[in-house]
Ligand binder design. Sequence first.
Ligand code: HOZ
Length: 428
Amino acid sequence: MKLDRSRSIFEQAQKLIPGGVNSPVRAYKGVGGTPVHVASGKGALVRDVDGNEYFDYVMSYGPLILGHAHPAIVEAIMRAAQLGTAYGAPTEGELILAKRIVERMPAVEMVRLVNSGTEATMSALRLARAATGRDVVLKFNGCYHGHGDSFLVKAGSGALTHGAPDSPGVPKGLAELTVVAEYNDLENTRAVFEKNSGRIACAIVEPVAGNIGCVLPAKGFLEGLRELCTKHGALLIFDEVMTGFRVARGGYMELTSVKPDLVTLGKVIGGGLPIGAYGGRRDVMQRVSPAGDVYQAGTLSGCPVAVAAGLAQLMQCDMPGFYANLEARAAQLQEGLEHAAKKHGQPLWVGRQGAMLCPYFSAEPLTSFGQVLTMDRARWAKWFHALLERGVIVPPSPFEAWFVSSAHTSEVIERTVIAAEGAFAAIR
Ligand code: HOZ
């Protein structure tokens, strides 16, 4: 496979941009080789600068639930841009997007738009601290909530891939205010709560741990966490930046009886443009400035172009059978991968929730961060490159989820599975 132009751009970029990329996981450090530099995307396909085409399961790490350059999104963006890209004044679109979020998520009574998932989690944490008068945040080992200081403690995603789950530059005093429990381990979580009794402002959790691949919550884990938060007077924050409007119309909250106090969102609500949001209980959200005293602001918050793209995307997601079709395609991929792996004697466990999944080289189901860490990363890297050579691009790390969009037709999935089978054979 020819990657000459990608290589040349990457060499030049490394002189001007740290690591040559604007987000670490894109650098292929976890798998080696030259990062594919993308020139364009359409539907389930991306084309790189050397003219190679790939079925894409990166999907911008989640936002593109309709695939690349969906006509409804492109039109919404163009129409909005023609009216001006930002005003520094409120718009009706922001109200409509707030309505669309609130009607889908009963736990969200009020919502504030920001510019990224990172901003959403940082703002939700400040709010939780103000609302409880406490400073400590409980997070889970391997969960990733963006790159805010308080969350770069035992973090997943690129931080884990690049061996820096506890980033230098985070003040020690602040890191000490983050306590860490084990995902899916209620006993451990209880012990952390008890050790820090009266100090924990909030527990933040990805209901599906999507930054160590795709690890599902064990039965009773989220319910138990809810009880612990209530018992200890801490707020429960669901980080649904990845799962929101992806795993179901109402996000993971639609699939569980557990009701968080606050929710963080991003990705799908922006239709592929930069956006984030945090929302939740009215009494808590009323503390946000200018309704209340907790300050949080943003020049481009509620950007009319991002809002228009998000609204267009959510409208498409409301088409009859949209989520059922997505589920069917993702299940087809899961089954196809499992079958292909089996044929080549390769143990494979696919963690999946709706159209978000991660294949692990494991014969056993994976339920904990500890198990994820035992995966053979060198072998995974070989499989990644074997897939790439066969026209399938997936996130360049075994700790990132894959995303299926409505543009991934049955035929696309079939062809992906054939490529995956070839890739399994190649690494035998
Ligand atoms: N896992 C990250 C988002 N949930 C990937 C995106 C990035 O860091 O660039």
